[in-house]
Design a protein around this ligand. Sequence first.
Ligand code: SIN
Length: 191
Amino acid sequence: MSHNTIEENRRRSRLADDDEVWLFGYGSLIYLVDFPYLESRPATIRDWSRRFWQGSHDHRGTPANPGRVVTLIEEPGAVCGGVAYRVAAPVFAQLDVREKNGYLRFATEMEFADGNRDTGLVYIATPDNEAYLGAASEAEIARQIHASAGPSGSNADYLLRLAESLRELDLVDAHVFEIERHLLRLASDRG
Ligand code: SIN
């Protein structure tokens, strides 16, 4: 599969222009909201875990020195917290460009804080995409993040803003917080 998923996403999901769709965001879509939306709510999805296992060549790294960003990994019983946005279907044209480095739109069920459920879409970079980096220890991931930057800024900024946003949402993510702990140590060693 090519890195660039724009065409694939267009083919896979046919939405009418007047559709309104829930989008579940679990990474930068939580804190970098540069798209219009009609409503947003904290939400969770089941059986997926957030992991810094996807490479970023276009936003937080370069082709020669990719950064690491989050994707979702199937894990029965896991609960991943994030933010759901109700968006007008044409907004996906813009989102597909932003998420083009390996992410495909998948249908998912999500649960809102009040217990209500609805279906929507989520961008996931699956292990068969070319930019996928896969598992590594939290210490190794922190080292790679510490050393990476791309057109959207430093990879450290991506991680730190995500960790801060999760805390603001009262969400605990041991993987993210452990990488943050290693990264802050690396940053202070330097200074
Ligand atoms: C997301 O935030 O939902 C997808 C991954 C990212 O853009 O960081």
